[in-house]
Design a protein around this ligand. Structure first.
Ligand SMILES: [Zn+2]
Length: 450
């Protein structure tokens, strides 16, 4: 394994994924597209041109483009969109002096950042003014060995040590996506974010994963050879839940260290800002699978600290892109609380939560709490609600306050549960997705395991 052992921390990107909210587009945006001929000229500027020489010279002299340059770029929809050049690299081919560019589409989510060829860029649209903020970033992007070492040290120490400046450096270091696609089982999946794979994988655009042990390889033939030898047909560890074709496996990061690390490398490809942990030993991974006669195929997972002082019952959650928008994220959130109930403890997701993560959780909390309030006769306290649901009292209070269901009367907080208001909130919270059938959960909490 490589030098960096990453595991997945905050449920930031993660909790947004389960709901399957499409984050591709920040805004549909008006697309400015130049004429086709202008593009053609820009592209073949060095080959042939029917134009006069001045614009040609201007265009050639700006090459290679500086990091920070803003320019229009032809996207996969065939239209031109504004981008910012984040990084550039020489194309390694004989006789070529060309660069390719890593660009961020300013209208789109960062996960659509990608490497593009010069032909996709409309050089006529280059904005010559590079704003200062970008230039600042450029300097830090070209990292010195000292900076690199500093980041490695930070990695080794854990993210607690990150001060604002180092965090910025860290972000610069991780923002260029390395692996563009992965093959996993029967899916080829486009990745969203950088993941700190060992350095020997730095030159890979595509990785091939064994869908069962999650070992990854550079070449398809290696994977095929591996699949003939690999005897796993499901995640290592105990199957703790089976209902229909759905199974949950509990994987102990200490007993299955390599699997835990592989899972983290894989997950980071789809999670943006997340904490890097170094010790998968400290975590349990709950891996959700769809099972058929070929084996149990991973759909997603959440991780959980074996011992949490802050009563976290979920560290990180991810549903793989091909399985999103099917209610699996809600299933995993509900499952994490069912485990807490069995432990006789209250739980809460690790902070910080992203906006969308908070939305997923608010939805779950609202559905669970208001269902109880609707059926309940007489008074009920936050403590009682917490005991019944394993939801932390603070989260209950925040949820009910957010719905304006808490009033202050005669010196104390009272839950006001007008049935009509409850129904309205329940409707707004949406459906709960796949139900966890508690009778199918056969599990001993970690502490009690031998
Ligand atoms: Zn394998």
């Amino acid at each position: 394994m490589g030098s960096i052992e990453a595991s997945v921390g905050t449920p930031i990107g993660a909790t947004s994924a389960p709901d399957g909210v499409d984050r591709n587009y920040q805004s549909a945006g008006e697309t400015k597209s130049g004429s086709a001929t202008a593009k053609g000229n820009a592209v073949s500027a060095s080959v042939k041109t029917t134009e006069n020489d001045a614009p040609k010279r201007r265009r050639t002299s700006m090459l290679p483009l500086e990091v920070g340059t803003r320019v229009m770029c032809r996207w996969r929809d065939g239209k031109f969109h504004p981008v910012k050049v984040i990084e550039r690299r020489k194309i390694h081919s004989v006789g070529s002096n060309d660069y390719e560019y890593y660009v961020h589409y300013t209208e789109f989510n960062r996960r659509l950042d990608e490497w593009v060829k010069l032909v996709q860029l409309d050089l006529d649209s280059v904005e010559t003014v590079v704003d200062e903020k970008v230039e600042d970033k450029v300097t830090s992007l070209k990292m010195t060995r000292h900076q690199k070492r500093k980041i490695d040290e930070i990695h080794a120490e854990g993210h607690k040590e990150l001060d604002a400046a180092s965090l910025r450096e860290h972000e610069e270091f991780t923002k260029v996506k390395n692996i563009a696609t992965i093959e996993l089982g029967r899916y080829e999946i486009e990745t969203w974010y950088f993941s700190p794979f060992p350095p020997e994988y730095n030159d890979c655009l595509k990785l091939y994963f064994c869908e069962f042990c999650l070992n990854f390889m550079k070449r398809k033939e290696q994977l095929q050879r591996h699949m003939r030898k690999c005897d796993l047909k499901h995640p290592p560890g105990d199957e703790i839940y089976r209902s229909g074709t759905l199974s949950m496996f509990e994987v102990d990061g200490k007993k299955n260290k390599v699997y835990g690390q592989n899972l983290c490398y894989l997950a980071k490809l789809f999670l943006d800002h997340k904490t890097l942990y170094y010790d998968v030993d400290l975590f349990l991974f709950y891996v959700l699978c769809e099972c058929d006669d070929r084996g149990c195929h991973m759909v997603g997972y959440f991780s959980k600290e074996k011992h949490s002082e802050e009563s976290y019952n979920l560290a990180c959650i991810l549903i793989l892109p091909p399985y999103q928008r099917k209610g699996y994220g809600k299933f995993l959130i509900a499952f994490s609380y069912e485990l807490s109930k069995k432990e006789g403890k209250v739980g809460t997701p690790e902070r910080p939560l992203s906006d969308l993560g908070l939305l997923s959780y608010r939805g779950y909390w609202t559905r669970v709490l208001l269902d109880i309030l609707k059926k309940h006769k007489g008074n009920i306290s936050i403590k009682e609600l917490s005991d019944m649901t394993a939801i932390k009292a603070e989260d209950i209070l925040a949820t009910l306050q957010n719905l304006d269901l808490i009033q202050y009367r005669k010196g104390q907080h009272v839950i006001c549960a007008d049935p009509k208001v409850l129904d309205r909130h329940l409707k707004a919270a949406g459906r709960g997705g796949l139900e966890v059938d508690v009778s199918k959960l056969i599990w001993t909490p970690y502490k009690e395991q031998g």
